[in-house]
Design a protein around this ligand. Structure first.
Ligand SMILES: [Zn+2]
Length: 324
């Protein structure tokens, strides 16, 4: 599907088969001199076929087209190598670039999470191999042009300001068009689903970062928020409030699980949280889902520790959390 949202700005949807995200919104700006593709889809034939058909239908000259990826995840960066030509600039943040180009470091980094979160170590490699983010990643080295907060890009009549929005990933970037009050929100603000906020390494506090990033985008004048998945968001402010509330409820749930002097690791807390899944129990979740649930639990635990509500001890290589 191709939809012209504003003159020269197109929304195209790329299917993501067998995935709860369902589809990626790939935005394309057709400019006089150069075009910009915002996010690409996964490196799998179902995505490639559609994006190439869209490129053809819009008569995009890829030699005059640059690519911006909001963040490292494979549904956003997977097809860069298929679209980029020798004259294309490919943009992303300095924080996410090594995660696209040095895939081993990404998974090595996540491997460090196993003992910290209390995740069963034997399951890790299986979980990674089965994960769509690993299977359908970009497999070629990409020479990125690195962007940071406040950088400006111009395509057609669109003056785009880069807004660093860490949280969903450490290097997540949005693009903001101040004259038209449009925010390309990537996975920072989604309408129908909640962006996944997971902690995978010891030094990070992604939920604290994410809430600060929501606050940062709330201060922008927003007429239209264009997310990377599912429906467009006409009222960005209302959605930001909902997302803040969602995490406040989740954080409370975590606090309640720990009542009664319990000391628990992230995996144990995840097993007692409520999940929007069709399985009868946490034990029946696919491994990758358990692993992501534990990452989300750990993000909330770390946030509550930063808030001064929890204490954390390292016991036999695993973080145990308890109420202060
Ligand atoms: Zn993502």
């Amino acid at each position: 599907m191709i939809q012209e949202l504003y003159p020269g700005l197109f929304r195209t949807t790329i299917p993501i088969p067998n995935n709860p995200l369902k589809e990626l919104n790939c935005y394309i700006i057709k400019g006089q001199d150069r075009n910009l593709i915002i996010d690409t889809g996964m490196n799998r034939p179902e995505c490639e076929e559609v994006i190439m058909a869209n490129v053809k239908e819009l008569a995009l000259d890829l030699a005059k087209t640059d690519i911006f990826v909001t963040h490292m995840h494979a549904d956003h960066s997977g097809l860069i190598a298929h679209l980029a030509t020798g004259s294309s600039k490919v943009y992303c943040s300095a924080q996410d670039e090594p995660m696209i180009n040095l895939e081993e470091s990404f998974f090595d980094k996540m491997r460090g999470f196993i003992p910290l979160g209390g995740f069963p170590a034997d399951d890790f490699d299986q979980a990674v191999r089965m994960h769509p983010g690993y299977k359908y990643r970009c497999r070629e080295y990409i020479h990125f042009t690195l962007l940071e907060d406040g950088d400006q890009l111009q395509y057609g009549n669109y003056n785009l300001t880069v807004i660093a929005t860490p949280g969903h990933t450490a290097g997540h970037l949005c693009l903001y068009e101040p004259n038209k009050k449009i925010l390309f929100s990537g996975d920072h603000i989604l309408g129908d689903i909640t962006p996944n906020i997971s902690l995978h390494t010891a030094g990070e506090d992604p939920l604290t970062d994410y809430l600060a990033s929501l606050e940062k985008t709330r201060r922008l004048a927003l007429d239209n928020v264009l997310p990377a998945h599912r429906s467009l968001i006409p009222d960005g402010y209302a959605r930001i409030e909902e997302l803040k509330k969602h995490h406040a409820i989740r954080a409370n749930e975590v606090l309640e699980i720990l009542v009664g002097g319990r000391e628990m690791n992230a995996y144990q807390v995840a097993a007692e949280m409520t999940w929007d899944m069709t399985y009868d129990s946490f034990e029946l979740f696919p491994i990758a889902q358990k692993w992501f649930a534990a990452g989300e639990a750990l993000a909330h635990l770390k946030y509550l520790e930063t808030q001064g509500k929890l204490k954390r001890q390292l016991v036999d290589g695993t973080f145990l959390f308890s109420l202060k």
